[in-house]
Design a protein around this ligand. Sequence first.
Ligand code: FAD
Ligand code: EPU
Length: 335
Amino acid sequence: MAHSLHSLHTFALNSQCQNFVEITQLEQLKAQNFSAPFCLLGEGSNTVFLNDYMGTVIKIALKGIKITERENDTLISIAAGENWHQLVSYLLEQNIPGLENLALIPGTVGASPVQNIGAYGVEIAKFVELVEYFDITTNTMHSLNNEQCEFAYRDSIFKHALKNKAVITQVHLALPKKWQPVLSYGSLQQLDIITPQAVFDQVIKTRNSKLPNPYTLANAGSFFKNPIITNQQLAELLKQFADLPHYEYGQSHHKVAAGWLIDKSGLKGHREAGIEVHQQQALVLVNQGNSEGSDLIKMIKHIQQVVYTRYNIMLEHEVRLMDARSECHINAEPK
Ligand code: FAD
Ligand code: EPU
């Protein structure tokens, strides 16, 4: 029986899936049939269903938070279906700071290690002690420590070796008792009083000034990753585009701002049906309605081609795109 996916992903295309299951108990997971096509889902803020999905969408809604005091840190054990921002707010109320730079990121705790969520100078990798998961291939529970998660920028083992094999059930975060604020991001450097609450409030203010609320204007956050290029490539680009924002990434690479590349290519406001490059943040695509997956594909390819022609950089989409049967990747042919 068809089930609407419109309200199950924040980009809100009018797609449907054949079956839908919500997992609230571990026993349900163990009893689930994974031999037919399936797609794991949290709150759908980093997933777009381009077409009707010919399989079962499995929403992970396991709940529970446990706090364990240790000598130098506090261990927070969180079930995968908890909402990320509610967790950050709750911990701040309990005087357990550390996650304030990651305030207001939509989605679930279970999805947070998948792309190693990050914002305003902090990535979740900094705090992950252990990730517990249900292995679909063996029907058994396992866990990975921080190193085993292979975290990198918007990346982890869950997008590679464990893709479609692991259902994350619990995330354990270790938050040091000695609070060390991270104020490297521009708008945080202007703070007069530095407290966890002040950082939390400033992050929310900054985000609200650029990023549309996905529940009032459909979007999936940054649509593309910030590209990582070699120092040599950067030096060449800076000769022509001296104000290109760039950040060190290891010794031999730099990350450059995809939003700037799209913006300076004159694409803000560009539309394909109801899909538009957002006026406040060119890295975000918004869906005003009446749009289809094919319009989004057209938009992705157009942006990739324009940016490639101008800067010789092929943008890679950050958002996970689902086709009728599996995840897909859109890469335009350079013109
Ligand atoms: P979903 O979209 O439901 O799932 C994402 C992926 O994880 C899918 O591939 C899914 O299969 C997989 N998955 C989900 N749950 C599980 C599980 N339990 N086990 C295994 N796999 C699972 N991201 C950032 O990093 N930084 C930001 O600043 C940021 N800002 C955003 C702002 C806006 C307005 C929006 C809409 C998105 C933003 N994002 C940001 C992206 C998004 O919030 C994160 O990627 C978030 O972690 C997605 O959570 P979700 O539950 O909605 O994931
Ligand atoms: N910029 C422009 N024009 C634009 C957008 C950006 O010139 O339209 C410039 C900005 O002026 C700035 C630079 O590009 O100099 C970077 O912009 P910003 O600080 O807004 O951050 P971002 O690199 O676009 C990344 C993450 C966000 C995260 C913020 C804050 C990625 C793909 N995106 O965006 O994550 O919240 O930094 O740390 O890494 C997400 O993943 O969905 C997301 C929103």
